[in-house]
Design a protein around this ligand. Structure first.
Ligand SMILES: [Zn+2]
Length: 680
């Protein structure tokens, strides 16, 4: 046991684990030890003879389970970004025991009695506002985990949670399996027809990464490859093949079939909600959000749905115009949309994505996102190439405050690979907490297609948006300044959590930022004004299509989690729901249920895919505060933003935090305007 690095102190810089020494076999014994240690701590807090106080109960609970938290953060990081069959086996084996442990803690009657006693006298305890907030949040965590259920119901509830954890794990592993097993190989010039240099370079690199021979190019289901392929490939047959593979993930009869897993998850979630006395899972999930009710969510989704349908009709005319110009007479299918939309965009705005991309090299855009954080918040980033991550692609940066004091550590892992899940995300390897003396260690993952050897990785405008988005989450973790770990960083209500990330995207599109950092990788020439003007003009073209794809996914999510009868056939349910909303067939949706990781890899965004749009109302309105100040780096507005939003974590109620920043409640019009969905 003593040679297991997971059981030792991690004495390295920033408490990083000794990644190179860690093997999958170390996890099981380390989890056993950490779970036992946490159980003992919980029992000790619960069985004290002293009357409950904030210090001996709430603060003690917040500080407990350090060994387990550290281990879970590491395990989650490796499982998402550098997995292996051995690690996946540990993940399957540990899913239920970890869920059981969570239930045992949050249903611990001795501990709950003490928390409840404090909650009842909360007005008389002379607590600071953060302590008050911690007490309310922890009390709610217990209630929402079933602490107040009758004993038989508690046992059933724990069994449901354990089974759900297993199903979530299998769902995520199936999606990864479906993605990493697919490759569209292009071996002749005819198969590469239409693809610009940057797509060819990325597809060639993907083939090299997979040890495929000379002259082979590969299109994978990574967004950074499949979307450009669908936009540029002149081979309609190959576009159709790639499209079907992309939207078919998890909806198959093979090993990665997720249909039955989705069905069972939805059924168990409905049962979970009923045990809490709710009519459906959506009601249970929404109870602890800013939106609070299904009608508030559906009201917002409907507000964009109809203008987006109208916008898509206008876009379709342009797309069909491009088809006519190209002399094609076949029907407009889903795998044709991006290809002809790209041609329509080029014709209308004289804008060619291949012409834009050389200005957006990954290194320059990383410099841009750091520079914005420096101008807004005074942060400085120092590369630490000597700090090893779990993979050679991981880059480490120490982050310092304006006064030179240490803020935390930022790790960035930018490239797609077969052992990494798709999408982009932020996670904490260590949360900030003054009580624990912990500075944050924050990780960003992207899935960019790596540039060819000797050439930089070039990003699309969308990729740059993703880069800034995840770094916005990263800043939410890095700037966190709270006493207690439970309230740190991104652990806020989930329809608030996308505010810091989406807000940060606004800076990447600012001409001031683009002029400085978007420079041609070969000539170092800054992005020409004419090209910038075209980019800005073309920005809203395609918003109808994109808004429908997103909103349709959010609608299917809400429908699946609010149905009075859980769907027996999730594929038919999805089809019927989209038909009822009259989604045009050529549009498609962002995520079909059988690979909708937001909903089914965990409960994180279940009945919660709407949160991006909800937070967009907040971020567009929040950015207007800078616009109104006449300077997108205005010092006073930035200071208020940091205090109320980026550093506050969950230490204040989100509606109140927004009002403190903006001086009023949010309004929806800036979001509609930004998407070009306001009536002209
Ligand atoms: Zn996000």
């Amino acid at each position: 046991m003593s040679t297991n690095p997971l059981l030792q102190d991690w004495a390295g810089p920033h408490g990083l684990p000794p990644f190179a020494d860690i093997a999958p076999a170390h996890f099981q014994p380390a989890f056993d030890a950490a779970l036992a240690a946490h159980r003992a701590e919980i029992d000790a807090i619960a069985s004290q003879t002293e009357a409950p106080s904030f210090a001996n109960t709430l603060a003690a609970f917040d500080a407990s389970g350090r060994q387990l938290t550290r281990l879970e953060h590491l395990f989650y990081t490796l499982a998402a970004s550098a997995t292996s069959p051995e690690l996946q086996a540990v993940q399957r084996a540990m899913a239920a025991p970890l869920a059981d442990h969570g239930s045992a803690v949050y249903m611990h009657q001795g501990l709950f009695t003490r928390v409840e006693a404090l909650f009842e006298q909360r007005e008389k305890l002379a607590l600071t506002s953060e302590q008050q907030r911690l007490l309310e949040r922890v009390h709610l965590d217990f209630l929402r985990s079933g602490a107040r259920l009758a004993p038989e119901a508690r046992a059933r509830y724990a069994a449901v949670m354990a089974r759900l954890a297993e199903l979530n794990t299998r769902f995520a592993q199936n999606v990864l399996g479906a993605e990493s097993s697919y490759q569209l190989r292009l071996t002749t010039e005819a198969e590469l027809a239409g693809l610009p240099d940057f797509v060819r370079a990325a597809a060639r690199q993907a083939a090299i990464d997979r040890d495929l021979g000379e002259g082979i190019h590969v299109i994978t289901l990574s967004r950074s490859l499949i979307v450009p392929f669908l936009s540029f490939s002149a081979r309609r047959d190959l576009r159709e093949q790639a499209w079907r593979a992309w939207v078919g993930r998890g909806d198959d009869t093979g090993e990665t079939d997720n249909r039955e897993i989705c069905r069972e998850i939805l059924e168990l979630r409905a049962e979970q909600a009923k045990l809490h006395g709710h009519a459906c899972y959506a009601d249970y999930a929404l109870e602890d959000t800013m939106a609070r009710t299904q009608s508030a969510v559906m009201g917002l989704l409907e507000r964009v749905w109809h203008p987006a349908l109208a916008a898509q009709v206008r876009e379709r005319e342009a797309v069909q115009g491009a088809m006519a110009a190209a002399g094609v007479t076949h029907a407009l299918e889903a795998w044709d949309w991006r290809f002809y939309a790209e041609q329509a965009r080029r014709a209308r705005f004289e804008l060619d994505e291949a012409e834009v991309k050389p200005y957006f090299s990954l290194d320059r855009m990383v410099a841009a996102m750091f520079d914005c954080a420096s101008r807004l918040f005074g942060l400085q980033f120092k590369p630490r190439p000597d700090l090893a991550g779990y993979h050679a692609d991981v880059r480490a940066y120490e982050v310092f405050n304006a006064d030179g004091s240490l803020r935390g550590l930022f790790l960035q892992d930018n490239f797609a690979r077969p052992t990494k899940r798709s999408g982009a995300w932020m996670n904490a390897m260590r949360n900030q907490s003054r009580a624990l003396g912990a500075t944050p260690v924050i990780l960003n993952n992207n899935n960019f297609a790596r540039g060819a050897a000797g050439e930089p990785t070039l990003l699309s405008f969308d990729d740059v948006r993703t880069l800034f988005h995840e770094f916005g989450h990263g800043l939410h973790g890095l700037l966190s300044s709270v006493e207690h770990e439970r309230l740190a960083g991104t652990q806020v209500l989930r329809d608030f959590v996308e505010l810091p990330s989406q807000l940060y995207e606004h800076w990447m599109a600012e001409p001031e930022v683009l002029k400085k950092f978007a420079r041609h990788w070969q000539t170092d020439e800054p992005l020409p004004d004419a090209l910038l003007a075209k980019l800005q003009a073309a920005r809203q073209f395609g918003q109808g299509y994109e808004t429908l794809r997103y909103t349709a996914s959010a609608i299917v999510d809400m429908a699946a989690h609010s149905a009075s009868q859980s769907p027996a056939d999730v594929v038919a349910f999805e089809r019927d729901t989209l038909a009822k909303w009259e989604l045009p067939a050529e549009v498609g949706i962002n995520h079909r249920l059988t690979h909708f990781q937001h909903l089914f890899s965990s409960a994180g965004y279940a009945a919660g895919y709407y949160v991006y749009l909800w937070a967009e109302v907040l971020d567009c309105d929040a950015f207007d505060a800078f616009v109104e100040a006449g300077n997108v780096f205005d010092t006073a507005v930035a200071a208020r933003l940091r205090e109320c939003i980026y550093s506050a974590g969950n230490s204040r109620e989100p509606g109140e935090a927004f009002r403190a920043f903006r001086g009023r409640d949010p309004v929806v019009e800036p979001m509609l305007k930004d998407r070009g969905l306001l009536p002209a």
